[in-house]
Design a binder for this molecule. Structure first.
Ligand SMILES: Cc1cc2nc3c(=O)[nH]c(=O)nc-3n(C[C@H](O)[C@H](O)[C@H](O)COP(=O)(O)OP(=O)(O)OC[C@H]3O[C@@H](n4cnc5c(N)ncnc54)[C@H](O)[C@@H]3O)c2cc1C
Length: 292
């Protein structure tokens, strides 16, 4: 991994930098101008509008309210209420609109059982045929995230839940098998977090090979899954080998690819984030835009 990518990842989780930039209006304006391509806006209405626009192009969406690392029970409760409202609002959106959530935003660090209950409540509130896709966070939260997803699936909600599997993590094959056995939809990604070598493969060829192997494993298991990558070579090699499979991308990343995939009949979904906490997300995307 190149040094500037590692540095940008470290900066992405540096709250001093975030506070500094956001406290200085000219700096914040500059940052927002660069971040805006990756973000629907600051309100749920902005996300709903973006989801409609994507639908008109034949592209599905997965709406996420920014936020992570909530440690305060009252704040987690507010976030859960926001998500319950969002789940209800999906009714006004096309059938292919889903939700996305990071569980550390939904109270994972407050209490795992509490978070599993809230995830189940959001899934129950969804209109039929929709899902809430759970994001994969840093390695230290992986067990708790998996536990919440499997608990919600065990509550009879497997067909309303999605999980995210990070190909770079050495544990992912095991996790993937448990998710497939539980009947949970899998969003396969390369992995956005910088983790130590005993936990994760390096970015680049080793992660790409792991991604390929996991995609084949999912296909062999006849699992419900999506290839969530902007890596055209990897995507096309897998589509050629496995046949048409859903592809997922992030809003603002390689948008021209979407029309090409739609024209070829490949189902496409775009992750549509909104909210005030866009800074860290933008820094992670900035790091990834540097490639390897
Ligand atoms: C729908 C979706 C959901 C995701 N959810 C998670 C999650 O829950 N947890 C997690 O850890 N990771 C998640 N990720 C991020 C993922 O792990 C990767 O970090 C990210 O997608 C970049 O990897 P890549 O597969 O696109 O391949 P890369 O090899 O990083 O990129 C492929 C090509 O796309 C270009 N590119 C990539 N990103 C950008 C960008 N921001 N701007 C411009 N060009 C870019 C690169 O320059 C490169 O040429 C998600 C990704 C997607 C698409």
């Amino acid at each position: 991994m190149s040094i500037d990518r590692v540095i940008l990842f470290r900066l992405a989780t540096n709250s001093l930098l975030e506070r500094g930039v956001r406290a200085a209006p000219p700096a914040e304006r500059l940052a927002w101008r660069a971040a805006a391509r990756y973000v629907a806006g600051t309100t749920a209405e902005d996300a709903v509008r973006t989801a409609h626009q994507l639908h008109e192009r034949g592209v599905a969406s997965s709406i996420d309210q920014f936020g992570e690392l909530v440690r305060d029970a009252a704040e987690a409760e507010r976030v859960a209420e926001d998500y319950l409202r969002l789940a209800g609002e999906l009714r006004v959106l096309p059938d292919d609109a889903w939700l996305s959530v990071d569980l550390s935003h939904l109270g994972l660090d407050v209490d795992t059982g509490y978070c599993a209950d809230k995830l189940s409540a959001v899934a129950e509130k969804l209109p039929p045929g929709r899902r809430v896709q759970v994001g994969a966070e840093d390695y230290d939260r992986a067990d708790a995230v998996l536990e919440c997803v499997l608990t919600a699936a065990g509550n009879g909600l497997a067909d309303r839940i999605g999980a995210t599997v990070q190909a770079n993590l050495r544990r992912s094959e095991r996790d993937l098998d448990r998710l497939v056995d539980a009947g949970v939809h899998v969003r396969l990604v390369k992995g956005a977090y910088v983790e130590p070598a005993d936990r994760a493969l390096p970015y680049g060829e080793p992660t790409d090979i792991a991604f390929t192997r996991l995609a084949h494993r999912l296909a062999e298991a006849d699992a419900s899954f999506a290839l969530a990558t902007h890596d055209g070579v990897l995507r096309e090699a897998l589509l050629a080998a496995l046949g048409p499979r859903p592809v997922e991308q992030l809003l603002g990343v390689r948008p021209a690819t979407l029309d090409d995939l739609v024209a070829r009949g490949v189902p496409v979904r775009v992750y549509v984030p909104f909210g005030d906490d866009w800074f860290r997300y933008w820094m992670r995307r900035l790091a990834e835009s540097r490639g390897s």
